[in-house]
Design a protein. Structure first.
Length: 276
């Protein structure tokens, strides 16, 4: 269970609010708290960010095992270095749950696809590690020590040229144990700005089989809902992150469906893909 933010556009000081919202959501997540019967929950198991410069495709990656809310100044310094520049960013705050807390499991992950492009991947939810281990023919040590999200990133890179079919396979084979919330940025072979993807899928059938109540599922719908805003800049945000952003009203946000929807943004063009 994690919180994610994706940004594309000319970064200005006023946009710090978006990243501050990620910090606040990681420290005081009221929706996660509601699910756990507490005032709030936290995402303290490390954080990571990739900052991609448009035109040059130069990028910076920072990862830490410390909570993002303890390294606010580091995030601020990283963003101050790109003030006034056209960039794409994925930032992720992790709640490891039952998975290991190691730097190899801090998002975002980067792989070269079967189309010879580079992708950056950040995920929120729970997936079957066993499925990816078999598909990728990995040894037990790798499967044990990497989180499900990292294994997904490895797998989706190998299936990139048939992305819709690959995502459909995950949904229909019950590989998704809770949600497949994914933010991705692809560096095309040209020097145009990165192509953005957001994936939204909640496996309610699996959750019911595992004994989740209807009340719990209603909260999880709220928790896993992805919000996006496309204007002078493009923003994708986990639900709690959007709640902490005051400069975008609730009516201005759009949401992705939870039953298997992908949005792709490429050079200002937006397309929606149904993966079910």
């Amino acid at each position: 269970m994690c919180r994610i933010l994706m940004f594309q556009g000319k970064y200005q000081e006023k946009h710090w609010e978006f990243f501050d919202a990620l910090i606040k959501a990681a420290e005081r997540d009221h929706i996660l708290g509601k699910y756990k019967g507490k005032e709030y929950g936290q995402h303290p198991d490390g954080w990571g960010i990739v900052i991609i410069h448009h035109g040059t495709q130069r990028y910076i990656v920072y990862k830490s095992l410390r909570p993002i809310f303890e390294e606010k100044n580091i995030l601020k310094k990283l963003l101050n270095q790109v003030l006034g520049q056209e960039i794409s960013i994925i930032a992720h705050a992790r709640n490891a749950g039952t998975f290991k807390k190691n730097i190899e499991s801090v998002h975002p992950f980067s792989y070269v696809t079967d189309s010879a492009t580079t992708i950056f991947v950040a995920h929120n939810g729970s997936l079957s590690k066993e499925f990816f281990g078999k598909e990728l023919m990995l040894n037990e040590i790798i499967v044990e020590n990497l989180c499900d999200s990292h294994l997904f990133a490895m797998w989706i890179a190998k299936r990139w040229s048939s992305l819709k079919e690959a995502l459909n396979e995950l949904a229909t084979k019950n590989v998704v144990k809770s949600a497949l919330n994914v933010f991705m940025a692809e560096l095309p072979n040209t020097r145009s700005k990165p192509i953005l993807y957001a994936i939204s899928y909640l496996n309610e059938e699996y959750l019911r089989r595992k004994g989740k109540t209807e009340k719990q599922i209603r909260i999880l719908r709220e928790y896993y809902r992805i919000y996006y805003y496309i204007n002078e800049v493009t923003i994708f945000a986990s639900s709690t992150v959007a709640d902490y952003i005051s400069t975008i009203s609730r009516s201005e946000w759009k949401t992705l469906k939870l039953d298997g929807e992908v949005i792709k943004i490429s050079d200002g063009s937006t397309s929606i893909i149904d993966i079910r």
